[in-house]
Design a protein around this ligand. Structure first.
Ligand SMILES: Cc1cc2nc3c(=O)[nH]c(=O)nc-3n(C[C@H](O)[C@H](O)[C@H](O)COP(=O)(O)OP(=O)(O)OC[C@H]3O[C@@H](n4cnc5c(N)ncnc54)[C@H](O)[C@@H]3O)c2cc1C
Length: 524
């Protein structure tokens, strides 16, 4: 499985996606698995994923770049909460610094992947968007770094009377480059990070900007520059300063998150107190900024330099909390009877969430239904060989987890090299058969995630069948030896008569046995 394969389109590892996760995967593969060949198949014409796709005014991170950045590539800009173009430039620089570009094959949209246990290979079908032709690759290991939402378009619910509106309708995922909103009345529907970002950005030029939300979100203002990081940057070497800031932010983020779990009322009071201080005693914080759920049951919205609050205070933007009765020719009629005039309606109503790059998967001709399998550490899938997915945190920076996953995948690959095995497959132990099913991510009630849960694999109630969504717990989960009693390292075409293989047979999977260490079942 290692070394150079002379077949034109064969690689040891195929990575799907050249966003943060795919670029991180490339760095880790070439650093930790230098004996492996790999390619990145990217459906679009450019790298960066999210940070290249989203082009709406003001687009920015809502977590700090010291944790959204890679562990191996210091974020050196002054702003810790950064705008989209700066993040894209950082990703492009990373690709240039580590000579990753040569591995990327653009305009290769992966549509299916079929694993054969007799050859230990994935056959990966991609469509070249330039020519419309199918291009096939084979790989021993498939690493899905394709993000979590559809690149075909965003999520827009059906609004009654939508067809009546004569103005312009825009979804932030497809922001027209030349959209002229100067002196125009804009209504932004939504209460998530995108709406909170757009409102102050549009308010500079628009005649009026109204953020129309059904229900409020927790919002917290924060300076976009981190003074402690700045100080450390001045007195310490770049990498040391970055590493220390990263650790500080991880610790603070985890502390705050833990507090929201153990002391939700106290944190709620604290957060709402901050909003009251920002907006003054006359503002109706109860209606517009007091959610019905506890902090971090859904993503907390960070507004850099309190820009949202500043535009509200300056009278350049307003928040309306109400339900839509219907769209009209000239705007939106609300349940309260109020009418909002609009020249432009922005539907900041979210993303269309998908699984594994919207591709179809099979093992030995049998389609994989990901909603029916178990997640192994939130990375691999029960009874599916040689497949890993990068899925980050919903309550912290995505990259923290994708970095851990990349490191783990490299250790898996290196273990296979060391033991001369070609397949690694998580299999349920007999004692796991009675596990109760939990959603892939629990304790997070945001609608966009809830919509996705039925498509995703289940968590169990014990290691390693869990997706912790906690950096410190993941550090422990990923640091244990890869050859645990669940991940099985095997080679094809060998027959075992032991009980584990009987179990695998019952599940309709191939009979295999480990070739390692003399153990009939596992590579211990
Ligand atoms: C507006 C916005 C702001 C965000 N801000 C933050 C933030 O501040 N902090 C945070 O932690 N997270 C944030 N996120 C979440 C964000 O998506 C992640 O942080 C991170 O960018 C995900 O990186 P990724 O590489 O895993 O996925 P993506 O950025 O989605 O990249 C996936 C790549 O895979 C490609 N791809 C997908 N399917 C296929 C296929 N079938 N074949 C070939 N290629 C494919 C895509 O074209 C894309 O290039 C934000 C998301 C959005 C939309």
């Amino acid at each position: 499985m290692t070394g150079n394969d002379t077949m034109a389109n064969h690689f040891d590892v195929v990575v799907v996606g050249a966003g943060i996760s795919g670029i991180g995967a490339a760095y880790h593969l070439q650093t930790s698995c230098p004996d492996r060949t790999f390619a990145i198949l990217e459906g679009r014409e450019s790298l960066g994923g999210t940070w290249d796709l989203f082009r709406y005014p003001g687009v920015r991170s809502d977590s700090d770049m010291h944790t959204l950045g890679f562990s191996f590539q210091p974020w050196t800009e002054a702003k810790a909460i950064a705008d989209g173009p700066s993040i894209l430039a950082y990703l492009e620089k990373t690709v240039a610094d580590y000579d990753i570009e040569r591995h990327i094959r653009y305009q290769h949209l992966v549509t299916r992947a079929d694993f054969s246990t007799s050859t230990s290979r994935w056959t990966i079908t991609s469509t070249n968007s330039a020519t419309g032709e199918n291009v096939t690759y084979t790989a021993n290991f498939l690493f899905m770094c394709s993000g979590y939402y559809s690149y075909k378009g965003g999520f827009t619910p059906d609004f009654p009377g939508q067809e009546n509106f004569t103005g312009q309708v825009v979804h932030p995922q497809q922001w027209p480059e030349d959209l002229d909103y100067e002196d125009r009345a804009v209504v932004v529907i939504g209460s998530g990070a995108t709406a909170m970002t757009l409102v102050p950005a549009l308010a500079d030029k628009a005649k009026s900007v109204t953020m129309l939300q059904r229900s409020p979100t927790y919002v917290v203002g924060k300076p976009d520059v981190d003074p402690v990081a700045q100080l450390m940057n001045r007195v310490l070497p770049e990498k040391v300063a970055y590493d220390l800031t990263r650790r500080k932010n991880i610790a603070m983020g985890e502390f705050l998150y833990r507090q929201t779990r153990t002391n939700p009322e106290r944190i709620k009071k604290y957060l709402l107190g901050l909003v009251r201080k920002e907006l003054g005693p006359d503002y109706d914080v109860d209606t517009h900024f007091t959610p019905t759920y506890d902090p971090w049951d859904q993503r907390l919205c960070l507004v850099p330099n309190s820009d949202l609050f500043e535009s509200i205070k300056a009278g350049r933007a307003e928040v309306v909390t109400d339900h839509i009765r219907a769209w009209t020719e000239t705007g939106i009629e609300l349940e309260s009877g109020q009418e909002l005039h609009a020249d432009i309606i922005v539907t900041a109503t979210g993303l269309q969430l998908v699984t594994l790059g919207e591709a179809d998967f099979s093992v030995d001709g049998e389609a994989i239904d990901f909603s029916q399998v178990w997640t192994y550490k939130g990375v691999c899938y029960s009874d599916v060989p040689n497949l890993a997915t990068s899925f980050g945190y919903v309550n912290a920076s995505w990259t923290l987890r994708s970095d851990l996953i990349c490191d783990y995948v490299c250790r898996l690959l290196n273990h296979m090299s060391k033991t001369n095995t070609t397949q690694c497959t998580p299999r349920l132990r007999p004692s796991d058969a009675t596990m109760s099913r939990r959603p892939f991510i629990d304790d997070f009630s945001a609608g966009y995630m809830q919509r996705m849960m039925p498509m995703l694999p289940s968590q169990g109630d014990r290691d390693p069948w869990i997706n912790t969504q906690s950096y410190s717990r993941d550090k422990v989960l990923f640091s244990v030896a890869v050859n645990d009693s669940v991940m099985q390292f095997t080679n094809p075409e060998s027959i075992s008569l032991d009980e584990d293989d009987d179990r695998a047979d019952k599940a309709g999977h191939l009979r295999q046995t480990s070739q390692v260490g003399g153990s009939p079942k596992l590579s211990a």
